[in-house]
Design a protein around this ligand. Structure first.
Ligand code: PEP
Ligand code: MG
Length: 579
């Protein structure tokens, strides 16, 4: 009898394949090694470490160029751990000392390291214990010469497999894809996790937060996974299979058609032009995006320039970097967001670490205003870049207008200083604010009076409105861009911009999700900024939509307080879109 489990669809696509379980814990048994075999046991351990390193290096090579730096730096962290004495030399000593097998020595050391991490108050350091686990498991799997389910690690094993796991790391996702995985479903995780973002950029159909997969699904049974609807169907009957095979074909056709859209403008059926922009993290990202396909960069997350180093980049390094991005954009606008550091985005220099509640602590503009040695060089570098082309400056996480006035007066000081020094800059550089704190959305009118544009950061706006930590698996089930409160805050922000006659953009993940494109068009949004892999899908919805028809429908929808009715109305809004 078939069974359906639901979760959060994070990467669109239909997959039909065999269930393949990845179990997260590996059982390790202790065995005694005779003294004369200890050296060869140590050699076996060191060979496994080398093999783990080669695996990770191979994974790093396969990460698509457009993947964000935090995913590659995650792999780098694991590579560094493989060279770390605590994790590698101590097990060697333990093998000698206890006369035990390599697996047991590694497990002892893992337990010791993790217990130290878990006692730490700093949430960032606590998350490092997951990294230790991942690295140790990789070595253990090699030592045991098995994958986590007891199967041999052979490439063909995963051909056509739908991988099921409690959770997957980005590195595992890349490796599994290479081994033939066709889709995956995890019991935990949310749509904003790095693994979810990676699944979208690698176009792997994926469902996360599907509780009960370990309990209800069986290894080897036939599954259908629908990454759009967020469902997994086990043991489907012939009729269901035929239905989904047809949907797979439709999906293939749809992708071919999307590719044809690449160089066409985004314009609605009633001729409203819409600006489609890209979100980037690194200068190299511009190349991956492909200039002809976008109207500019709507969000350049500069914090990535500050990561994996001991000291922040100085003004000149920042200027050189921003100028390189601007040049690559060939005259299209570049929106440089000032540093958004803190909370889940930590840097190695230690700045931005904060108290027991980091998402509500000293992050983004709060941190910049507290540490002007960090903020001033960036303001100067952005202003100087503005002399060379269309640069917009965007301030993240504004909470109240006092904060905004502080920023504006610092920008004025910077202008005066640059002028005195005879440095070139655009005096009328466009200054915008991100609306991602509910309080700021509620006072969007005030912000709009003092700014040249607004950009809605839905990732944080949803996190703060619904009080759900965006990196916490346990509460991800509450993540809902269609929550009536979220919709009202978005609408208020768009209306405030329209009233003040300034553009309003959206640069959170919601902007790149085609399920919400019509809703946002109907609300009056005219600028969407997203990961470049979503551009054509969103454009295809825009080019098939009629704003005048959407407006009254959306007006009515936004006034609903019942989440179920809102979801149903979204479906009917999207009903004539080809899936
Ligand atoms: C957001 O919060 O929606 C956003 C775009 O910023 P980030 O994801 O970098 O916090
Ligand atoms: Mg944000």
């Amino acid at each position: 009898m078939s069974l359906m489990l639901s979760g959060i669809g994070v990467s669109r696509g239909i997959a039909i394949g065999k269930a393949h379980f990845m179990r997260n814990s590996i059982e390790v048994l202790q065995s005694a090694i005779p003294a004369h075999l200890l050296e060869s046991e140590i050699a076996r351990f060191l060979a496994a470490v080398d093999a783990a390193r080669s695996q990770l290096e191979a994974i790093r090579e396969r990460v698509p160029v457009e993947t964000s730096i935090d995913i590659t730096s995650f792999i780098d962290t694991h590579l560094l751990m493989l060279g770390d004495a605590t994790l590698i030399s101590t097990p060697v000593e333990l093998i000698r000392e206890h006369g035990c097998n390599a697996e047991w020595a590694l497990k002892l050391q893992r337990d010791a390291v993790i217990s130290v991490f878990e006692k730490m108050d700093d949430p960032y350091l606590r998350t490092r214990s997951d990294d230790v686990d991942h690295v140790v498991n990789r070595i253990l799997r090699i030592l045991l010469d098995r994958d986590q389910n007891g199967h041999d690690l052979k490439d063909e094993h995963l051909a056509n497999a739908i991988v099921l796991a409690d959770d997957l790391t980005p590195a595992e996702t890349v490796l599994l894809k290479h081994q033939g995985m066709t889709a995956f479903a995890t019991g935990f995780g949310g749509p904003l996790s790095h693994t979810a973002i990676l699944s979208r950029s690698m176009q792997i159909p994926a469902v996360v937060g599907a509780h009960g997969i370990q309990q209800y699904l069986r290894d080897g049974e036939t599954l259908i996974l629908d990454g759009l609807q967020g469902i997994v169907i086990a043991d489907p009957d012939e009729q269901t299979l035929t239905h989904y095979r047809k949907r797979q074909q439709d999906e293939r056709r749809r992708r071919q058609e999307l590719a044809r859209l690449a160089n066409r403008p985004a314009i609605t059926l009633d001729r409203f032009p819409i600006r489609l922009m890209a979100n980037i993290e690194l200068p190299e990202d511009v190349e991956a995006v492909g200039m002809s396909r976008i109207d500019g960069v709507g969000l350049y997350r500069t914090e990535f320039l500050f990561m994996n180093r001991t000291a922040p980049p100085d003004e000149q390094e920042q200027f050189d970097c921003y100028l390189a991005v601007l040049d690559a954009l060939q005259g299209k606008p570049l929106t440089i967001r000032t540093l958004d550091m803190g909370a889940d985005k930590q840097v190695d220099s230690g700045k931005g670490r904060c108290g027991s509640n980091p998402a509500l602590g000293l992050r983004a503009v709060r941190l910049c205003l507290k540490d002007l040695s960090l903020f001033r060089p960036q303001l100067r570098a952005i202003m100087r870049t503005s002399a060379h082309g269309p640069v917009r400056m965007m301030i993240p996480m504004l909470t109240n207008t006092q904060e905004l006035h502080q920023v504006l007066s610092l920008i004025n000081e910077t202008r005066n200083a640059l002028q005195r020094e005879g440095m070139a800059f655009a005096p009328d550089i466009s200054i915008g604010g991100m609306i991602e704190v509910p309080g700021a959305a509620l006072s969007a009118r005030e912000f709009a009076r003092h700014l040249d544009f607004l950009s809605i950061g839905t990732n944080d706006l949803i996190q703060y409105t619904l009080a759900i930590d965006r990196v916490d698996d346990e509460v991800n089930y509450l993540y809902d861009p269609l929550h009536p409160a979220v919709l009202r805050l978005i609408k208020m922000t768009i209306d405030a911009g329209l009233e003040a006659g300034i553009p309003v953009a959206m640069c959170g993940e919601m902007a790149g999700d085609p399920r919400y494109t019509r809703l946002l068009l109907g609300m009056g949004l005219t600028e969407f900024s997203m990961h470049h892999t979503s551009l054509q899908e969103v454009k295809s919805v825009i080019n098939n939509s009629h704003i005048a028809t959407l407006r009254p429908l959306v007006e009515e929808l936004v006034n609903h307080t019942n989440a179920g009715q809102i979801h149903a109305r979204i479906e009917s809004l999207n009903s004539n879109l080809t899936e």
